[in-house]
Design a protein around this ligand. Structure first.
Ligand SMILES: [Zn+2]
Length: 206
């Protein structure tokens, strides 16, 4: 009984600490294209997990599925989309100043890793982490990785254990980088590819 009370108390504290670090929360629209036909139950839980993780970057994700919205595009493909994808990569981010920034997650690889570490993290939990990682690259406008947290280059056992405990999040350094990025500085939330230099036509391309 007493341990339950302690756990609830600690959880309450961590929520409050997270909220205090966000003086401003950015709403970011994401258009999710489910090309891998991930079952709705898994996809919905993964979206919920990704949204939870993005809160640690002071971001409120807004999911869209329809074309024509000014949203960052994230695809889930059945398998890696080309021969140049490094072995073990779970996803890829395209940061192209002349085109549309977008991210892709490879479902077959996420599922394979999820099978190996199924005792540590659920498949929706892992898929949510990979989505959050690629969205992180898009919002930070960078392919660089961190030494800890959700932006670590490789998800190994320790990270998957943390992921299963909902502890694989963005770090304070990630938050500072985001607040200095184009999206983070904008008073109006907008996808990274809709910068001030890009015209409206370009931004509306899907
Ligand atoms: Zn990465």
């Amino acid at each position: 009984m007493s341990s339950k009370i302690l756990l609830i108390f600690l959880f309450g504290l961590s929520l409050r600490a997270g909220a205090e670090e966000c003086s401003l929360v950015h709403t970011v629209p994401i258009r999710l294209v489910n090309e891998a036909a991930v079952p709705p139950r898994i996809l919905t839980a993964a979206q919920r997990e990704a949204a939870y993780i993005l809160k640690s970057l002071c971001v409120d994700l807004e999911w869209h599925s329809e074309l024509g919205t000014d949203a960052i595009e994230m695809r889930i493909t059945p398998a890696p989309i080309g021969p140049d994808i490094p072995q073990g990569a779970l996803g890829i981010t395209f940061l192209d100043p002349t085109s549309t920034n977008r991210g892709t997650v490879f479902f077959s690889r996420v599922r394979a890793l999820g099978r190996t570490y199924g005792r540590l993290v659920t498949l929706p939990g892992l898929l949510g982490c990979v989505l959050a990682h690629e969205i992180g690259h898009l919002l930070l406008g960078s392919r660089t990785h961190s030494r800890e947290g959700i932006m670590i280059p490789n998800f190994e056992r320790a990270e998957l254990l943390k992921a299963g405990q909902r502890g694989l999040l963005f770090t304070r350094e990630n938050r500072e980088m985001f607040l200095n990025s184009q999206v983070g500085r904008g008073s109006i939330p907008m996808p990274t590819y809709c910068s001030a230099q890009n015209n409206k036509e370009h931004c509306r391309k899907s």
